[in-house]
Design a protein around this ligand. Structure first.
Ligand SMILES: Cc1cc2nc3c(=O)[nH]c(=O)nc-3n(C[C@H](O)[C@H](O)[C@H](O)COP(=O)(O)OP(=O)(O)OC[C@H]3O[C@@H](n4cnc5c(N)ncnc54)[C@H](O)[C@@H]3O)c2cc1C
Length: 455
């Protein structure tokens, strides 16, 4: 790397999971040894995974100002869009016309989402919470009976679809709604097959217990007059269909891309064919499109850059580990798999958190940062934990007791007008379950406004 400026300049493009993880990793590895810039089309970081629980009033999509994150990571923020990479000149062009030189560049602009099933609600996160709430409302009022969740025939991340189905079943049961027919249609041979046979078995049982029908190896072809057509299978009668968007690569001028626009990278996240240009996240050609994977690719890029400028030793290559916290409507289930492509070769499943801090997006630097919202030190990184050997029923009982205790303290402190403490207990509760119990989002808003008034 030939530095263009006295201190090497690293430019990160994209203010999502991979971009923020890259910034935090650069800060953790190279504190002050590089000049870091973040180019983001958005001024806020959107934490999408909790959007699945938002229509049920169990969580809110968390938003954080990128200006705060950039400050904590010691980076300069440019709210602007990358339009072209000029690798020969080692510079990028932004939509505003600004040309930004770099010594190392990380592309983390995510994937493009495309609706593919006409007539279905395409759930892509925060923007679709209201629309899903409207569908839910029709089922609660008995205006609709048959709801189908369809996983597209594409690379991606099926977890949100299973979570939406499980949370819908819980909600309808809680509200005493009977007669609703929920079905999952997926091209997977087994549900969440990427996490291995025990995860698929657990999920099959869970879906059956909640009365959710499952059609595996099934390919949706279209919706017509309340009929969902499947390839070489009998059609299903439906009132509503919910699916996930089809993902396409960013196809940015100046960068190589495959036929679908995705960027091919090597095991250090270096873009194949370019020097000192890296890519991480949903925009790369790695088949699993998941925040934890995006973070690991970002970490590999940051380590490679740190090694290139001579600040650290041999960089660790990207060896994907999938970590998922499955929201079930009761307590979350934790899954971990070492993957070598699209299927895993080592699988774990547990009721206790398999990493710490527990989080939906298991980013090495991102998860502790979002949990603590404090400036980083090197030691603050995500840690793996083993599955508990305790009897699952006992573990569940302890989990329920911890939840009850946190709720009791929260209510007690709020009654004594110690709203800061009550809110702290809700944070603990959210960490234990991934979401809040019904009704507590509303209470949190009220307690926050009291805490604000009294501060
Ligand atoms: C409903 C839902 C639930 C999910 N649940 C989980 C989960 O439980 N666990 C998990 O690990 N993953 C989950 N995911 C997947 C996870 O959110 C994505 O894999 C992850 O966000 C990908 O990170 P990324 O940085 O590549 O892309 P993104 O997070 O999409 O970020 C890309 C960013 O780049 C910006 N950008 C785009 N173009 C440009 C440009 N030209 N110039 C500058 N900036 C640009 C965008 O504004 C965006 O902020 C979920 C996804 C959804 C939709």
């Amino acid at each position: 790397m030939t530095a263009k400026s006295p201190i090497p300049r690293v430019v990160v493009c994209g203010g999502g999971v991979a971009g923020v993880e890259a910034l935090l990793a650069l800060r953790g590895l190279l504190d002050g040894d590089v000049e870091t810039h973040l180019v983001a089309a958005n001024s806020q970081f959107v934490y999408q995974p909790l959007a699945v629980a938002a229509p049920f009033g169990l969580a809110e999509t968390h938003l954080s100002d990128l200006a705060d994150i950039a400050r904590d990571a010691g980076a300069s923020l440019h709210v602007d869009s990358l339009v072209r990479v000029d690798a020969d000149d080692r510079s990028i062009q932004l939509a505003s016309g600004t040309v930004l030189p770099y010594d190392a560049l990380i592309i983390a602009v995510g994937a493009r989402r495309r609706d593919w099933l006409k007539g279905a609600l395409h759930f892509g996160g925060a923007a679709n919470v209201r629309a899903f709430g409207t569908v839910l409302d029709r089922f609660e009022k008995g205006m609709a009976k048959r709801l189908c969740f369809v996983y597209p025939e594409t690379i991606g991340w099926p977890l949100p679809l299973y979570e939406l189905a499980l949370l819908t079943a819980s909600r309808l049961a809680d509200r005493g709604v009977t007669g609703a027919e929920l079905t999952i249609v997926t091209p997977e041979a087994n549900p969440l097959a990427v996490f291995g046979p025990s995860a698929s078995r657990m999920l099959r049982e869970l879906l059956a217990t909640r009365g959710i029908a499952l059609e595996t190896g099934a390919h949706a072809e279209g919706i017509e007059d309340g009929t969902l057509h499947l390839r070489e299978r009998p059609a299903l009668q439906v009132d509503h269909v919910v699916t996930l968007a089809w993902l396409e690569g960013p196809a940015l001028p100046g960068l190589p891309a495959d036929a679908a626009g995705f960027i091919a990278v090597d095991e250090h996240s270096g873009i194949i064919g370019l020097e000192d240009v890296y890519a991480a996240g949903d925009g790369t050609s790695f088949p699993v499109k998941q925040g934890g994977v995006a973070s690991q690719q970002a970490d590999a890029a940051a380590e490679a850059i740190a090694a290139r400028i001579g600040a650290t030793g041999t960089p660790s290559p990207f060896r994907p580990t999938l970590r998922a916290m499955l929201l079930t409507g009761i307590a979350p289930i934790y899954l971990r798999a070492q993957v070598a492509g699209e299927t895993g070769d080592s699988f774990e499943l547990a009721a206790n958190p398999l990493w710490w801090p527990p989080s939906k997006v298991a980013g090495r630097y991102l998860a502790p940062y979002l949990a603590g919202r404090s400036p980083l030190t090197r030691s603050e990184v995500l840690e793996d934990r083993p599955p508990s050997r305790e009897d699952p029923l006992k573990l569940r009982r302890r989990h329920d007791e911890a939840r009850e205790l946190a709720l009791t303290f929260a209510e007690r402190d709020a009654a004594q007008r110690d709203f800061e403490s009550a809110l702290h207990w809700l944070d603990v509760l959210e960490r234990i379950d991934g979401v809040l119990p019904p009704g507590f989002l509303h209470k949190r808003a009220i307690w926050q406004s009291h805490a604000h008034e009294e501060s």
